[in-house]
Write a protein that binds this ligand. Sequence first.
Ligand code: GAL
Length: 414
Amino acid sequence: MRRILTGLSVAAAIAFSASVVQAEPKAEVMHWWTSGGEAAAVKVLKDEFAANGGTWTDMAVAGGGGDAAKTTLKARVLAGNPPTAFQMKGPSIQEWFEEGVLADIDDVAKANGWDKALPPMIAAQMKCDGKYCAAPVNIHRVNWIWANPAVMKKAGVSMPTTWDEFNAAADKLKAAGITPLAHGGQSWQDATVFETVVLGFGADFYKKALVDLDEKALTSDTMIKVFDQMRKMRGYVDANFSGRDWNLATAMVMKGEAAFQIMGDWAKGEFTAAGKKPDVDYLCAPTPGSGYLYNVDSFAMFKVKGEDKVKGQKLLAKLIMGPKFQEVFNLNKGSIPVRTDVSLAKFDACALKSNADLKAADKAGTLLPSYAHGMAMRGAISGAITDVVTKHFNSDMSSADAVKQLAAAVKNAM
Ligand code: GAL
């Protein structure tokens, strides 16, 4: 009997050491990239992971902006079953780190020279207590107008550069029977439009209101004007806007059913996936005002057990920051590479404009984090702001009441 047991344990030991030697990289990757352009982009990463011997388990949770994915993530972490990697960004990386659940990928970062390849501000956001815990993929610009030039021509309007011009163009389009603004009534899309309206009243105002959360700015007459403009916007969307996904709104512009969409440059990923060309089939222009609202996508790694998963995380992190990957992924995604040493030779006019405006904004002090996409503040506060923005957009709440509720919501959430 004893001999059998000994025999068994030797066999088990051999099997164990064999499995250790053979541990292949594995990763369960949780993200919300399910639209045409997004899926094309994430496929680049999946394929590269597989080509490097990895096994990818896809955990896509549909829902633009990631609200549903973030809810699923919370449930998984609470159940003690986190994914290997999650599409996480901005201050939420620190929030999750404080929960003690994020893994350290500093060895990969050191071995691959991340500190040199990244803008210092972005490198700092990827670090937890001085060590890398997330890998950045791209820089998306949020404050863009996507437009259909044929429809604009038909109505005799040009690209607006102020909100007054926007309103004048929208009134003309409406009179011509064209929906001025393609919009999906989901709270994160309302928030996306709202932050560009805030920026249109000055980069300085944006910073005070949505970065510093300054009470004076939040309750100012300018903020009343912001909500007045949001009320105008509500009049420029079609009757079926409620609940519409953002990529379907992009399709409305593509098909000429609407003139404009205000959306980050993941919308360009949709145009690209449909074979459309900038300056020919569609136009891209910054929303009114000057400044650049940035949104950096990244993947954070969770503490997981098993050598295969740890290997998977390290491989994933290495690939994400690979210069070739950053080029191909971002050509599909609509964003620009976050690495500063990737050539933009293959990128289109919108991407080049994004890059030039990013640099100019950085110099001018008008490079600002997107509140709507989780770059500017902790989740509880941005959620509280978005609740008010959406409530106002979907009711007849006055601008004065919206401003009062906004300031109260921020105070409560702090
Ligand atoms: C953003 C994300 C983008 C894009 C968008 C729509 O929050 O950063 O990569 O996916 O949501 O889903």
